[in-house]
Design a protein around this ligand. Structure first.
Ligand code: ZN
Length: 345
């Protein structure tokens, strides 16, 4: 089990990057992996702070995050052999840093600039162009430095997506319990409780999650970090990724361009809660409260495409048993579930 050793959260925590790297024994050299935007809002500052402390620092800018981009970052790590790789950015840039560092056996520090999904603290990474459309095992970050001053400047839609990804844990845990009951799959009570608690805390504090409210951002940030820790404890994405995530992956395959990951998982969670025969209205209402999409139209997806994604979701990952696998839904049953829940009209 790999867990983060330092989690530094709050206003102005970016300034503590030198202290954290020194405490972890990672002084010497650092490779920063960032996107053009995240470099501007945080990467340059991290670069300058580390350089001033006497470290050799280099920054690699990644625009897209495909398997090719990962190979390019890996090449840079091989050539230069930094003591630590620091990922600065939203979900995809963090994933690029995490996966390339893991493949090159180099410690990794996560510096999120947005809260769009739970990858900021998880040991998994999702990259386009790999043979799998879902996340693969990489490594947990040694440290997470999340500066709420920086995160507050990100587009609000990324926060909404993060809320959707957190709320979706309700059905992810339901699917895990189902697989444990019916397929004798390993089930970790502690990891499941941690994921579930994160979803509950986001729902309970939905009123605080508003632009300009630091406390709300902090609730979401801690929830997403806890989800990452839940995955580290479980040793897989199981506590945080069930049928609603399969639906989101299927939607990515059916329809491009698509909505944000957490927005799609939120809608998937409404559908999957309905199929689990649990309180799907509560999930829908919580998503509405944080301003997240609850319909195909709000996701920018046609009704037909949505039904097609729901129908094919179980095939995305046959080995991950969920309510979709149990029910083996026909096209008509998918359409009915989407209509009853108001996801399609
Ligand atoms: Zn997710």
């Amino acid at each position: 089990m790999q867990l983060p050793r330092e989690v530094v959260v709050g206003n102005g925590t970016l300034g503590r990057v030198v202290e954290v790297t020194q405490r972890l024994g990672l002084s010497g050299s650092a490779l920063i992996v960032a996107g053009p935007k995240s470099c501007e809002v945080a990467g340059e500052r991290v670069h300058n702070l580390l350089e001033k402390s006497g470290m050799s620092v280099d920054t690699v800018l990644v625009k897209t995050v495909t398997s090719q981009d990962i190979l390019a970052v890996e090449e840079r790590i091989k050539e230069w052999k930094p003591r630590v790789v620091i990922g600065v950015g939203g979900g995809t840039k963090i994933d690029a840093a995490k996966l390339s560092a893991s493949r090159q056996n180099t410690p990794f520090i996560s510096v999120p600039t947005t809260l769009s999904h739970d990858g900021i603290a998880s040991p998994l990474a999702s990259v386009k162009g790999l043979d799998k459309p879902y996340s693969v095992m990489a490594q947990a970050p040694m440290a997470i430095i999340a500066d709420t001053d920086v995160i507050a400047t990100a587009p609000w839609r990324s926060v909404i997506s993060g809320c959707g990804d957190a709320i979706a844990k309700f059905t992810a845990v339901k699917d895990w319990q189902l697989a444990h009951r019916e397929r004798d799959e390993y089930y970790g009570e502690y990891a499941a409780s941690l994921a579930l608690m994160s979803a509950k805390l986001v729902i309970q504090n939905a009123k605080l999650i508003q632009p300009g409210n630091d406390e709300g951002l902090r609730v979401l940030l801690e929830a997403l970090i806890s989800c990452g820790v839940a995955m580290s404890i479980a040793g897989s994405s199981r506590p945080c990724s069930g049928s609603e995530h399969l639906f989101s992956h299927a939607l990515d395959m059916v329809k491009c361009p698509h909505a944000m990951h957490g927005e799609q998982c939120g809608v998937g969670s409404i559908l999957s809660a309905y199929l689990h025969r649990v309180n799907w209205k509560r999930i829908r209402d919580s998503l509405k409260q944080v301003g997240a999409p609850t319909t195909a139209a709000e996701l920018g997806v046609g009704d037909d495409d949505l039904v097609r994604a729901l129908e094919m979701a179980a095939t995305v990952r046959p080995e991950r048993y969920t309510i979709f696998h149990k029910l083996n839904l026909s096209r008509e049953a998918c359409e009915e579930a989407a209509k009853i829940t108001g996801v399609i009209s």
